[in-house]
Design a protein around this ligand. Structure first.
Ligand code: KIV
Ligand code: NA
Length: 265
């Protein structure tokens, strides 16, 4: 199995072949996701919510992202592994952003990095690209800015924000990013941006006109509860599967059915 590269992502867009992405945060899950044949795996800072139980992505640190990304890299043979740069690790200035980017690449072994934002971080994005590190951009509902937005509602419904999003997408495309995540924006806008730029767009809550899709793996497998945005399609109910299995185990322990003779030494 040949490793998926950032060049392959761009080729897939040119060929009109849709790109499938999911998140992963650990070795075991990443092995299953990669084995199923997904094109790209994002080590998302959504680990803050899904793994650590925080209400936002803001607490995530560089060291924690490296731990998750290194674990995922060990489990992956084929998929492109992209790691989120956490809040605070690239917003100060270009020098600090490049330094943290290099640290994450070196210590995790991932293939590329993802940063949230447009013109505000363009200089830092260019610095990271100049260091030879592929960058995936992220526009729309960027969760690291949730305190600025004040709501998880769909972004860029108004003309001014939609125009800024398109302008940012163009800047990041010209800078040489290899992909762009569009999160929770109108489908029409996402489709228009997709046509205007060379790099592939990966949507989450951005309609069917993007070049690919991404979901948080724990959400699409139905492990997480109480999170039901309209863009989320649940492909399994692992929460029930796990609860039933654990309930059975508890019954077997209580009834002394487990372990039996074959399960003993
Ligand atoms: O952290 C994450 O899971 C993400 C995706 C939702 C795009 O950034
Ligand atoms: Na993220």
């Amino acid at each position: 199995t040949r490793k998926v590269t950032t060049h392959r992502f761009i080729e897939m867009k040119q060929r009109g072949e849709k790109i499938s992405m999911l998140t992963s945060y650990d070795f075991t899950t990443a092995g299953i996701v990669d084995g199923a044949g997904v094109d790209g795996i994002l080590v998302g800072d959504s680990a803050s919510n899904v793994m650590a139980g925080n209400s936002t992505t803001l607490p995530m640190t560089v060291e924690q992202m490296i731990y998750h990304a290194r674990s995922v890299v060990r489990g992956v043979k084929r998929a492109l592994v992209v790691c989120d740069m956490p809040f605070g690790s690239y917003q100060v200035d270009r020098k600090e952003g490049v330094k943290n980017a290099i640290k994450i690449m070196k210590e995790s072994g991932c293939d590329a990095l993802k940063l949230e934002g447009g013109s505000e971080i363009l200089d830092t994005v260019k610095g990271i690209l100049d260091a030879g590190i592929p960058v995936m951009a992220h526009l729309g509902l960027t969760p690291q800015s949730i305190n600025k937005f004040g709501t998880y509602a769909v972004r860029a419904k108004e003309d001014a924000e939609a125009e800024k999003l398109l302008a940012d997408a163009r800047l990041l495309d010209e800078a040489g990013c290899f992909g762009l995540v569009l999160e929770k924006v109108p489908a029409g806008l996402a489709a228009m941006v997709t046509k205007e730029i060379k790099m592939p767009t990966i949507g989450i809550g951005a309609g069917n006109g993007t070049d690919g899709q991404i979901l948080v793996v724990d959400d699409m497998l139905g492990m997480t509860k109480g999170f039901s945005p309209r863009f989320l399609r649940r492909y399994a109910d692992l929460n029930s599967v796990m609860t039933d299995a654990i309930g059975q185990y508890i019954m077997d322990v209580k009834s002394s059915d487990f372990p039996n003779e074959k399960e003993s030494y």
